[in-house]
Design a binder for this molecule. Structure first.
Ligand SMILES: [Ca+2]
Ligand SMILES: [Ca+2]
Length: 88
């Protein structure tokens, strides 16, 4: 009886770990894109830097969630997550 419960718990934990792992590559891809666009490596994309990516340039105002004129890494990851969810 105890063994069955332990097996179920282990199964749940494995399932959770897999779900987290499938999330990670997407985050890393967005991060890698962000780093490659961040020409001066200051941790934020200016409008000029975003202009190198036509899609991002078009969505700049949308991606700049706090409207400070730059896209932070968090904002970029949010933006690319939304784009992926929308099928773009
Ligand atoms: Ca920058
Ligand atoms: Ca911003």
């Amino acid at each position: 009886m105890k063994k069955i419960v332990i097996c179920m718990l282990a199964g749940l934990m494995t399932g959770a770990a897999v779900a987290e792992e499938t999330k990670e590559p997407e985050m890393l891809a967005a991060e890698a894109e962000f780093v490659s666009l961040d020409a001066n490596k200051n941790g934020a994309l200016s409008k000029q830097e975003a202009d190198l990516d036509a899609k991002l340039a078009a969505a700049f105002a949308e991606a700049d969630a706090d409207q400070d004129g730059e896209i932070s890494k968090a904002e970029y990851i949010l933006y690319s997550g939304d784009a992926t969810a929308a099928g773009g």
